[in-house]
Write a protein that binds this ligand. Structure first.
Ligand SMILES: [Zn+2]
Length: 437
């Protein structure tokens, strides 16, 4: 038997409406019954100073949360292991407090067939220190022309389908994808971008794009596809999840649709609330992402959307790129930043401490119960018998982001040097500590 006793932490388990200072026990990789806790305490006490089988963790002043889930991560393997591997991405996740990550299919080859999904699953089993759950492509080679074999992807074990990085423009093809997804019981995740409206846009269309002479990416280019997705979610009576929502209009549309019971949801990435398009004036490509940084008005609308539950999921859109790829002209640089090791700190600092939009219980719920429900995952809870995926968080710890200390293989972050309040201090997967500060 292996046992861990986590002492005197504030256990927050939104799935069970639990929030109390109490000891939590893990036995053989599973969360133990509450009755086991006192038995372990006694056993530990009677062993005295002898070497004990029971590991004790002092969690005084810490939050003991279900292992956090990030449902939007690019791991770059197979095909782009110079940016990130499944192993390095998983280590970055552990360092950020994540025990489960969901990876996107825009690899090479594209994850549009059971063969690639099996390869990713095998690679993760061999090398990853956290749970890695793959998604499959909606369309073959992410080309938006022909559906991938969604049934066989489901059988191979994907948790959702998405063309993330791309967006299916043909509404009829998207409708069929949603209908297939309903048949196999998984959601469609969509990167909302109307190609005609966006054209070659690289930054938010507005004051700064005009001033700097960079091609604009209008908010309407996102909102048009969010609207399309609402119509299809209603038509097919099935779940469509809008990834990385960036625009005020998208929040308004999703709010109205959810009030009518439509199966639509939206996710927020930290950069879309931490920064505005004002940041692009130095032409630093670490501020180039897709969708782009937007205006203060959009940031305010997203914060309201988080506060009232319209936007229910937090994620990173962790998008590693090598230095030589980002160190080019703004127009030519790839989109995206790494996020796994900064997202919890940014969200705690901004949402809980600075803007007071949600409390920490809701923040944990948005990282556990909400994604677990959408993706039907057996994760995100501290129920007795559950796999012991646990994140210990110091909500008040002040720390500084240092990109040269990242576990990720890439360094493309605009947050280097930022001082944040709150971070994960220990990450436990299946009863094993995979990372601690
Ligand atoms: Zn995307």
């Amino acid at each position: 038997m292996s046992a861990i006793l986590i002492r005197n932490g504030r256990v927050i388990d939104p799935a069970n409406k639990r929030d109390e200072v109490v000891d939590l026990a893990i036995i053989d990789g599973r969360i133990a019954q509450r009755s086991e806790v006192s038995r372990l305490r006694q056993a530990k006490a009677s062993q005295g100073s002898q070497k004990s089988e029971i590991e004790e963790i002092d969690a005084k002043g810490l939050i003991v949360a279900p292992g956090l889930i990030d449902m939007h991560v690019h791991l770059r393997e197979p095909g782009f292991s110079h940016k990130e591997t499944i192993e390095s991405g998983a280590r970055a996740a552990a360092a950020g407090g994540f025990t489960t990550i969901v990876c996107m299919p825009n690899t090479s080859p594209v994850a549009d067939s059971p063969a690639t999904i099996t390869w990713v699953n095998d690679r993760a089993a061999d090398t990853a220190c956290v749970n890695v759950l793959p998604t499959g492509a909606v369309s073959k080679n992410l080309a938006g022309e022909e559906l991938a074999s969604i049934g066989s992807l489901a059988e191979a074990g994907v948790v959702a389908i998405t063309d993330d990085g791309h967006c299916i423009q043909n509404h009829e093809l998207m409708r069929r994808a949603v209908e297939y997804a309903r048949m196999v019981g998984m959601p469609v995740l969509d990167h909302c971008q109307d190609y005609n409206l966006v054209g070659n846009g690289v930054v938010n269309e507005g004051y700064w794009s005009t001033l700097l002479g960079l091609p604009g990416w209008p908010a309407a280019g996102e909102e048009a596809i969010v609207m399309r997705n609402i119509l299809l979610a209603e038509l097919c009576d099935h779940y469509i999840h809008c990834q990385h929502v960036s625009a005020a209009g998208s929040v308004r549309l999703i709010r109205e649709a959810r009030a009518r019971g439509i199966k639509i949801s939206g996710e927020v990435c930290p950069h879309h609330i931490a920064l505005t398009d004002e940041a692009i004036q130095n032409f630093d490509t670490n501020y180039k992402m897709n969708p782009p940084l937007r205006s203060q008005r959009d940031v305010d609308a997203i914060l309201e959307g988080i506060a009232d539950g319209t936007l229910s999921i937090l994620a990173s859109d962790h998008a590693p790129h090598a230095g030589f790829e980002k160190e080019v002209e703004f127009d030519a640089a790839p989109f995206g930043i790494v996020g796994l090791e900064t997202e919890l700190g940014l969200f705690l600092d901004l949402l809980v401490h600075k803007h007071r939009k949600i409390d920490i219980v809701r923040l944990i719920e948005m990282y556990t119960v909400e994604p677990a429900k959408l993706l039907k995952l057996d994760a995100g809870t501290l129920s007795a018998g559950a796999k012991a995926d646990v994140t210990l968080i110091d909500p008040d710890l002040e720390w500084r982001v240092k990109i040269d200390k990242f576990e990720s293989a890439s360094r493309n972050s605009p947050f280097d040097g930022w001082k944040l309040r709150g971070r994960a201090v220990r990450t436990i997967v299946g009863g094993e500590t995979v990372w601690k500060s």
